[in-house]
Design a protein around this ligand. Structure first.
Ligand code: ZN
Length: 407
């Protein structure tokens, strides 16, 4: 069949980046400048609707489809892409728009004129041209298949991952787990009845959990800190998101006025705290930046658009799901507080697009908890149970790993 090439939207695009060098925050790792999108084009060939985006460097891209209205979403990392919205129809696409949904996260939305699936999503290097090309191909499918694809994508928001930057060497598609031991450096966190410091206890635990996850061979793991260093809260989230983490687990140990209170608690992010104690705890943890001499940045305004809200809602659903799995796995090995799963406005749980939980392993203000948290046995058992929850969370994806990368 002859190839019909309808080069249509030549959305010349653009530039910039340099402005982003402007604000180095003290003690923060200087951000990598965003990739630049130099061209976005849509074409139809052999029944496939193809989107191509020229990029100054390889970026991680993920695609999924949503219904009502039907659309294909392409999430990119730190890409500066400014595209004029288009509403002409070409192939299965009836419109296109793009923008930044959060710092370091760009998104392209393709409105679908008819149900379609993403048949290909790939970043291809073109060394002779000195650029990379993101290629996304859409193929028309029937409504029932589309619904199935939507449901799959919802359940496992990352069915399609390119083998590009952000993945491990050789296009490693194993889930990336970010472990975030709280505090560090000048910020010691809570002090246990034994005199031990929260920052040391949570680091030792996170390292044990990291080793456990790596030993399974099924995950990649990154740490927001793996030594006694101070890392600002937003920087922890940025590091994890830039690496393309699929799951973010922040590890803490709580402290409270009453020495009798003990047990672990799992927190997910929310604007409204479950109760006063959770709100106070989030306030204390959010003040960590002050202990490190960094003024907490203002909350990002102006990104609360519809896409942001949509992504956030999906992410919060996944975070709840992981919190429930975690509670189930940890219950046999860990005493829980009266309300084992609560919500509060933790700064490290605000990423709109990354499943995130914060675990308070126990109360350092309680002598029993404090002693437990220092025991090797306890650490090993608890890390094993947590690794079990991670396995269950990614279960479908691990089983379908081979099928996850489309041709
Ligand atoms: Zn803490």
């Amino acid at each position: 069949m002859g190839s019909l090439r309808l080069e249509m939207l030549r959305l010349a695009t653009l530039f910039l980046a340099l402005a982003c060098f402007a604000r180095p925050s003290p003690a923060a790792i200087p951000p990598e400048p965003p990739a630049v999108a130099v061209g976005v084009a849509l074409s139809v060939e052999d029944g496939r609707t193809r989107l191509t985006v020229k990029l100054s460097r390889a970026v991680q891209a993920r695609g999924f489809v949503l219904e009502r209205p039907d659309r294909a979403i392409i999430d990119l990392g730190d890409v500066n892409v400014q595209v004029r919205p288009a509403s002409e129809r070409l192939g299965v696409v009836s419109g296109l728009r793009a923008g930044v949904i959060a710092p370091g996260r760009a998104r392209i939305v393709l409105d679908l004129a008819e149900p379609a699936r993403i048949a290909r999503i790939e970043t291809v290097g073109e060394p002779e041209a000195g650029l990379h090309r993101l290629v996304v191909e859409l193929v028309k499918i029937d409504r029932p298949s589309f619904r199935q694809t939507v449901a799959l994508g919802r359940d496992d928001r990352d069915p399609l991952t390119t083998g590009s930057l952000g993945d491990g060497p050789g296009g490693d598609s194993r889930p990336l787990v970010a472990l975030d031991p709280g505090h560090g450096g000048t910020d010691s966190g809570a002090v246990a009845t034994t005199g031990a410091l929260e920052k040391d206890i949570v680091l030792a635990f996170a390292l044990t959990l990291r080793d456990r996850l790596l030993a399974s061979g099924r995950f990649r793991v990154m740490m927001t800190r793996d030594g006694d260093s101070f890392v600002p809260l937003d920087e922890r989230v940025r590091l994890a998101r830039n690496a393309g983490a699929d799951l973010f687990v922040s590890i803490h140990g709580d402290s409270i006025g009453s020495a009798a209170i003990r047990g672990a608690t799992i927190y997910t992010g929310a604007e409204q705290a479950t109760d006063l104690e959770s709100a106070r705890l989030a306030e204390r943890e959010n003040a960590a930046d002050l202990a490190g001499g960094v003024a907490p940045p203002e909350v990002q305004a102006g990104i609360a658009d519809i896409l942001h809200q949509l992504t956030l809602r999906e992410t919060r659903g996944l975070s709840h799901r992981f919190a429930n799995l975690l509670h189930g796995e940890l219950r046999p090995v860990l005493g829980f507080s009266a309300h084992p799963h609560r919500e509060a406005g933790f700064r490290v749980l605000r990423a709109p697009d990354m499943t995130s939980v914060l675990v308070e392993l126990g109360y350092l203000s309680n002598a029993k908890d404090a002693n437990l948290l220092l025991s090797d046995d306890w650490r090993r058992h608890t890390a094993a149970a947590m690794a079990g929850a991670v396995e269950r969370f990614f279960g479908a994806r691990l089983r379908g790993a081979a099928a996850a990368i489309l041709p």
